[in-house]
Design a protein around this ligand. Sequence first.
Ligand SMILES: *[C@@H]1O[C@H](CO)[C@@H](O)[C@H](O)[C@H]1NC(C)=O
Ligand SMILES: *[C@@H]1O[C@H](CO)[C@@H](O)[C@H](O)[C@H]1NC(C)=O
Ligand SMILES: *[C@@H]1O[C@H](CO)[C@@H](O)[C@H](O)[C@H]1NC(C)=O
Ligand SMILES: *[C@@H]1O[C@H](CO)[C@@H](O)[C@H](O)[C@H]1NC(C)=O
Ligand SMILES: *[C@@H]1O[C@H](CO)[C@@H](O)[C@H](O)[C@H]1NC(C)=O
Length: 233
Amino acid sequence: MMVNKLRCCQWIALSCLITAAVVFSKHHDNIVVIAGNPANDIVDIINKNRTSQSLSQLNNSPGLGCIALQYVEQCKGNCSRNNTLSCRPLEVDFTEIFAPNCGVELPTFGTLSGHIVGCQHKYLKPSEAFSHLLVRDKRSLSLLRNKTHTEVGVGLIGSYKHKGPYFWCVLFSDSQANSTFALEDLGQGIKQKKGCYSGTSFSCSWGHKNRGVYLNNIWPIGVYCFYVIILLH
Ligand SMILES: *[C@@H]1O[C@H](CO)[C@@H](O)[C@H](O)[C@H]1NC(C)=O
Ligand SMILES: *[C@@H]1O[C@H](CO)[C@@H](O)[C@H](O)[C@H]1NC(C)=O
Ligand SMILES: *[C@@H]1O[C@H](CO)[C@@H](O)[C@H](O)[C@H]1NC(C)=O
Ligand SMILES: *[C@@H]1O[C@H](CO)[C@@H](O)[C@H](O)[C@H]1NC(C)=O
Ligand SMILES: *[C@@H]1O[C@H](CO)[C@@H](O)[C@H](O)[C@H]1NC(C)=O
């Protein structure tokens, strides 16, 4: 009798452990570990692509990058199941919402000469995001290779809890490089809580700490173990 009970407990413990292992390994796959600043990587890829065609490099503007981040912030919720994004912020939002949120000095707000946006439920590496998401047709390639651009800014943001979809935005400007989209506070601007943008060394933030996500996954295991123990008693 005693031995049976002991075996039973071992089984309970084992089944709980296996469940925990499965849930945790599954969860581990979902955690997106992003090193550095992928928005800067996109700018590098864009500039390499341009120079391969003997076009000028574009100035990596943090002010424009932050505006790009604000742009995709507004697009959250508009990514379809098939990863198409329909999103068009109002013209006035650029100067009335995006610029103040970034700390871009309004008189230095330049002209935008093009934009590319995309979303994907899975996180893509910058090189994949560039070729599979941002520059995948003739229209976007000719936009990328337009001679009139002088500056570029890239913004990237994920949705909540380390999950997709992820939103990317590239903005081009043809204004005089280095004097437009100036950030107040000696170029510091206003620190952004979520996502990341090019022209800075800040790494990406998804706005949630890992611990919260782990705890979310631990309580169903607890409930499961409790249920198994009650059932077998
Ligand atoms: C993707 O979804 C959108 C809206 O849900 C639809 O308008 C569009 O045709 C779809 N595109 C493809 C390639 O399936
Ligand atoms: C997101 O989609 C909704 C519904 O189609 C639309 O009304 C809204 O304007 C879109 N948001 C942006 C920023 O374009
Ligand atoms: C390049 O961009 C400018 C400004 O947006 C536009 O007027 C021009 O038509 C574009 N050129 C090409 C070749 O697409
Ligand atoms: C530039 O980008 C286009 C579109 O993704 C790609 O087909 C081409 O190979 C790229 N060129 C270089 C030199 O990377
Ligand atoms: C803008 O500033 C960068 C870095 O200070 C410099 O490398 C670049 O040549 C400047 N571009 C123009 C057009 O002045």
